[in-house]
Design a protein around this ligand. Structure first.
Ligand code: SAM
Length: 244
């Protein structure tokens, strides 16, 4: 880290500059459809390619003893978006405003995200595999720390409007066409069906859409597939899987 204000012995603590330590590759090619929190979809897997000056074997030595990790990252797609001091969290139906610091909003004074993920260890390409991610593909990672059970988990914590994980799951069905296409992809993408089902079960639509009749055809980009789906009655129905 460099502090550009630390000039001629004068110290400022207001502006800092961080470098990325690596880039995370995930199946999520657009923000729509990404889980709203880490750990909510275990089939959402990412890999971190470390920057060339970082030796993964050295920097991750001992990390294999920890089942979970904290990943700090940059909401790089939102950097131009600015921020407001109040936001409308989707969990409150998008109607109620709360302070930005009472939310996990991606529009923040500093666009830094923090996710707990499962540690899958370094793979044969010296990339760190992590499970349960909520990050866009190509997200810059700025730090990794082990999750420490005794210090990081608080048994009697109270979590305001986010006290409980959303329980309601939508049933998911596949058209014959989509199902047949999935079968041809099983060898190359063994997790694709489970991942897509998990995403659609959580209903990624904005809250206001879930309350009204909705016949829109939605698109989710996963890997290099454009997945078309629609709500039919109370079912999320996959129409087609197009290769991009
Ligand atoms: N667990 C993190 C946290 O609490 O800081 C992230 C929570 S945030 C609500 C998760 C959402 O961030 C995802 O659903 C996706 O829409 C968005 N997101 C993920 N990676 C991003 C990126 N690199 N740039 C902008 N938005 C991103």
């Amino acid at each position: 880290m460099t502090n550009p204000n630390n000039n001629m012995g004068k110290k400022s603590i207001s502006i800092f500059e961080f470098r990325s330590i690596g880039i995370m590759t995930t199946p999520f090619k657009q923000k729509f459809g990404i889980p709203r929190q880490s750990q909510s979809i275990s089939t959402a897997t990412g890999t971190i390619q470390f920057s060339p000056d970082i030796n993964p074997t050295n920097a991750c030595r001992g990390l294999e003893a920890f089942s979970h990790l904290w990943i700090s990252f940059i909401f790089h797609e939102n950097i131009q978006g600015g921020w407001k001091d109040t936001v409308r969290p989707p969990r409150l139906g998008g109607n109620e405003k709360v302070g930005v610091f009472a939310t996990r909003s991606t529009f923040r004074p500093n666009p830094i995200g923090l996710s707990v993920v499962k540690n899958g260890g370094l793979n044969e390409h010296n990339k760190l595999v992590v499970e349960g991610v909520d990050l866009l593909d190509q997200t810059p990672i700025i730090d990794i720390k082990p999750y420490v059970h005794y210090a990081d988990s608080v048994n009697d914590a109270i979590s305001g409007f986010a006290e409980f994980a959303p329980k309601k799951k939508m049933p998911v069905e596949y058209s014959k066409l989509a199902y047949l296409k999935l079968q041809t992809l099983v060898n190359a993408y063994p997790q694709l069906e489970a991942l897509l089902t998990n995403i659609l079960e959580q209903d990624p639509r904005p809250a206001y859409k879930t309350a009204t009749k909705d016949d829109k055809i939605y698109s989710i980009l996963l890997h290099n597939f454009d997945i078309k789906w629609q709500v039919r009655h109370t079912i999320n129905y996959v129409l087609d899987i197009e290769i991009q």
